[in-house]
Structure formats: C-alpha cells, structure tokens
Design a protein around this ligand. Structure first.
Ligand SMILES: Cc1cc2nc3c(=O)[nH]c(=O)nc-3n(C[C@H](O)[C@H](O)[C@H](O)COP(=O)(O)OP(=O)(O)OC[C@H]3O[C@@H](n4cnc5c(N)ncnc54)[C@H](O)[C@@H]3O)c2cc1C
Length: 317
C-alpha cells in the first residue's frame, strides 16, 4: 500500500519508525528483534535508510597507500522486501543520488518493483567526508529534484533506454526530505523552500522533516510551505536523544539547534542513562504536542534503539 493512501485514509496521527540496515558482517536478527518490539504500536509503514559507498585510505604492508571502498550497511533493497513480507507492513526504502549513477538507480527501482515495494523516500545524500561539496556520481542525479524526476519518468514507463518499446510503468509513491531549520547548504530558508517546492512540483507526494527539538520550528515551517504553495502532507521527524554526546553531535551532524532548556538538562546528566531519560521525556512532550496539533504521522528516528521509543509510544497512545 502507498504511504500517501495510508495517510489519506487516516483521521488520526500515524506512526512510522526509521530503521537502519544491519552493519556488514552482522546478522539481521537484531533488526527483526527491534521491529518485533515495535509491532504492538501498529506502525503503518517502516522507513529503511540507505548508506552509500564511502572510501578510506589504508597503508599497505609495503608502505604504499591503498584506497578502499567501504559500504558499512549494505542490503537496503533485500532487507526492505524481507521486512515487508515477514511482517506485512509496507516498507519505504530510502533512495540516494550520491554514489549511484542514473542507470544503477533505475536497476534498484526495477528490483524494488519486482519485490512489491511501492514506496520510496528520494534523497540526495550527503557528500563524502573527503569532499568539500556534494559530488554526484558520473551520470548520476545531482539533487533530489532530479531523482524525483527520474522516478516519475519510470511511473510513466520512461526508462533510460529510449529504444525500449511498450514499457511497463514502475509505480512508486515518492516522499522527500524537508528542513525546518533549513538545509545546511542553502543560503537561506526561503531558497531552500523553493528547492523543496521543485521536488513537490516534480511529483513528490509527501515530505518528511529533519529532526527538530522545538515544535514551533516545525509549525512555522509548515506555515511557510503552505504560503509557498507546497500543499502535500508534512510529516515531522522525531529524534529521541539517547546518549549524552548527542548534545554536541546532533547539531554538528544534522545542523540543528537544541533549545536552551534541553541543552541545560543534558549538560547536567551524569551518564547516558540520565541523558536517555531526559531525551525520552523531551520527545514525549514534543510528540504529545504534535499529535494535539493533528500532524498526519510521526516519523521516529529510532537508530535501532527500542526501550526509549517504546516508552514514548506508551506515553502518547
Ligand atoms: C527524513 C530523512 C531521511 C534521510 N535518510 C537518509 C538516508 O537514508 N541516507 C542518507 O545518506 N542520507 C539521508 N538523509 C540525509 C540527506 O541525504 C541529506 O540531508 C542531504 O544533504 C540532502 O538531501 P536532500 O534529499 O534533502 O537534498 P536536496 O533536496 O537535493 O537538497 C540539497 C541541497 O541542495 C539545494 N538544492 C536542491 N535542489 C537544487 C537545485 N535544483 N538547484 C540548486 N540547489 C538545489 C537545497 O536547497 C539543499 O541545500 C535523510 C534526511 C532526512 C530529512
């Protein structure tokens, strides 16, 4: 079932959990265990991240430097299908521009279609650690807007090989990302919203936001989107803080602010258990308020941690 249909058919706030594929070399059991712990909260769909190839330099025994390609969490396509069939819950795999040529993207989408996956979240991805700016793959999409265009083309049966005749359309519901505190590369929020509108005009059917810790930022963002003519559902992203160093790591990695009260409380914590308790309480406070305001769904960034997510769900359901 498509996410947009799930959202349109519901009058109350739904929930989705964002999960990560297991690290290369580990078994999938922990991921299934995580899902099983969350089933009681009736997630209407599950998001599954994608992790592109990174590269690193290693010194070989002969002293020469070797460049190695590393993908720490492969398997999004297979795991998405596995979850969908095992639990009967629609899965939304994330699809990236970064690290993929348009031809590789087309093959991923063909695979997903064969596997019965009907939803994708279309993202650009971040630049590599070694890159000052995001660099697309050769013949790859340069931004999420172009990726949405490609997926919409396939919905119309438009494959890269223009010689193909009588092509079968690949029908996906497409979500995209939005940033209440603006994307860090955008010169200002207004410019970022113009780029967001391009994604929606190209065919994105809903938006999932980056994490934020002050609901006012989400409400202002939605208001500005509506003023700009972006009328699709905007799903808030909720990140329960679970370890103390996220006080500094989250702003650095995700270019978001932590409000003074939350930052002060986290600073006082003596250990990760204390920080998790503060983060859980804060997320409950945010979630209750978002639900009260009738948000269509809550996208919970779980990072594979369930005890805090369960506590939040129990408090808000
Ligand atoms: C809900 C969610 C899930 C995510 N999941 C993943 C994941 O699974 N894997 C992963 O690697 N990353 C993931 N990310 C992170 C995301 O890939 C990064 O934030 C990335 O830097 C931007 O992706 P985007 O799709 O928003 O990019 P875009 O929409 O392409 O925007 C990127 C920047 O370019 C600008 N821009 C866009 N289009 C144009 C244009 N036509 N001309 C000029 N400027 C333009 C925008 O204003 C913005 O500053 C996720 C983010 C969110 C919010």
């Amino acid at each position: 079932m498509k996410v947009i249909d799930i959202l349109n058919q519901s009058e109350k706030t739904l929930f989705s959990f964002e999960l990560l594929p297991p690290l290369k070399g580990s078994k999938g059991d922990k991921l299934y265990d995580t899902i099983e712990q969350l089933l009681e909260f009736d997630p209407k769909y599950i998001n599954l991240t994608t992790h592109r190839d990174e590269y690193e330099f290693r010194t070989r025994e002969d002293g020469l430097i070797e460049k190695r390609i590393v993908r720490k969490r492969p398997g999004t396509v297979a795991i998405a299908a596995s979850i969908q069939y095992k639990y009967g819950i629609p899965v939304v795999p994330h699809i990236l521009c970064g690290g993929f040529s348009r031809s590789e993207t087309e093959h991923v989408l063909i695979d997903l279609n064969f596997l019965g996956i009907e939803n994708v979240l279309a993202l650009r991805g971040d630049g590599l650690k070694q890159e000052a700016v995001f660099t697309p793959e050769m013949n790859g999409n340069r931004n999420a807007n172009e990726l949405v265009d490609q997926i919409v083309g396939l919905k119309k049966g438009r494959y890269l090989d223009a010689d193909l005749k009588n092509t079968a359309p690949l029908d996906f519901c497409i979500g995209v990302a939005g940033y209440p505190e603006k994307h860090f590369e955008a010169p200002n929020l207004n410019n970022d919203l113009q780029q967001l509108k391009k994604k929606v005009d190209a065919g994105a059917e809903y938006i999932v936001t980056q994490m934020f810790f002050e609901n006012r930022k989400y409400f202002d963002f939605v208001k500005q989107c509506r003023e700009m003519g972006i009328n699709v559902p905007i799903i808030p992203g909720l990140k329960p803080i679970a370890v103390q160093n996220q006080l500094t790591v989250l702003p650095k990695l995700f270019h978001i602010d932590l409000p003074v009260d939350l930052a002060n409380e986290l600073s006082k914590c003596k250990n990760n258990d204390d920080a998790k308790a503060v983060g859980t309480e804060w997320a409950i406070f945010q979630a209750k308020d978002l639900i009260k305001h009738g948000v269509p769904s809550l996208h919970v960034y779980t990072y594979g941690i369930t005890d805090n997510v369960k506590a939040i769900m129990k408090a808000v359901l």
